[in-house]
Ligand binder design. Structure first.
Ligand code: GLU
Length: 296
């Protein structure tokens, strides 16, 4: 299946920080089903952009688990850590457009300033007009966000609106250690791969307006978005691979897949399917985005 005919290119982008858990299985299933239901392509990105957290063994383990679950991907997986050239080019474009500045404020300093944004402490703007050289080593680069409301229509959550400057603040696109931020890499990598549908966890819903703004600044197309309900543990926290939370059982995929479908409020086969092929045939034929709950 190459998806060209349907014109749908989707992807699943797990971070290789630990074994696949039930939460990422849910995201894998939903993005896979949404693509396959229209004969589209489903690609795999091993999201290793944060080199301080990515682990090679975790990446291999995730690939093996997806295979064991019958989640077969098209094309060769993408590794953002190998795409620095493209990320650097995007930074150069932002710099040319006057959208970047260098910043030497520590995290503690940002926190101490006490401003709150959509995602934790909001940057208080100390370096905005200081003109620190963009090339200096050891400084983070921040995006100069506009005082403008960016609107995104999500297929599950409807319209999301965020004033980037007031609700979020100037965010980091390259860290002080030289690493590119996920927010920058993801828009470049999706565009280079021709991804036109993004289906992922609702923890990224509030990242989406800034990604849409970056797409606009970089002259890249905006995919459609669907954000999935998050799987939480008994204490209400999102499952995290780096905590090694609830890894899925590779040797017995059917029960976990049925649970994933149930979690996604999809219709279940009337009888226990006779293997993975039968389950996937059923799930692809019955996939309904409308049934997804708009919870975070
Ligand atoms: N790597 C991210 C995660 O594991 C997903 C990134 C994305 O889908 O844009 O939550």
């Amino acid at each position: 299946m190459n998806g060209q005919a349907g014109g749908y290119r989707g992807r699943f982008a797990p971070s290789p920080t630990g074994p696949l858990h039930f939460g990422s299985l849910v995201a894998a299933c939903a993005s896979f089903l949404d693509a396959r239901a229209v004969g589209g392509a489903w690609l795999l990105r091993i999201d290793d952009i944060d080199q301080t957290r990515a682990r090679r063994e975790a990446a291999d383990d995730i690939l093996r688990t997806l295979e064991a679950f019958g989640l077969t991907w098209d094309e060769t997986p993408q590794y953002p850590s190998q795409r620095a050239e493209r990320h650097r080019a995007a930074l150069a474009t932002l710099a040319r457009r006057g959208r970047l500045y260098a910043c030497d404020c520590s995290r503690a300093r940002v926190r101490a300033a006490g401003l709150q944004g959509a995602e934790g402490p909001r940057y208080f703007g100390r370096c905005r007009a200081r003109g620190l050289p963009l090339e200096s080593a050891g400084l983070a680069l921040r995006a100069r966000t506009p005082d403008e409301t960016i609107r995104v229509v999500d297929r599950v959550h409807g319209e999301i609106a965020q004033n980037l400057q007031r609700d979020l603040g100037d965010f980091i696109v390259r860290r002080a250690d030289g690493g590119f931020a996920y927010q920058l890499a993801v828009v470049v990598d999706d565009a280079d791969w021709g991804i036109d549908h993004v289906v992922r966890g609702a923890d990224l819903l509030l990242s989406t307006p800034r990604q849409v703004w970056l797409q606009r600044e970089l002259g890249l197309p905006t995919p459609t978005y669907a954000h999935l309900p998050l799987v939480r543990d008994a204490a209400g926290r999102k499952l995290s691979k780096s905590d090694r939370a609830h890894p899925v059982e590779r040797n017995d995929p059917l029960p976990a897949l049925l649970s994933a479908l149930r979690f996604l409020r999809q219709p279940l086969p009337p009888e226990r399917p006779d293997g993975l092929d039968e389950l996937w045939r059923w799930a692809i034929a019955h996939w309904r985005v409308r049934a997804l709950p708009a919870t975070r």
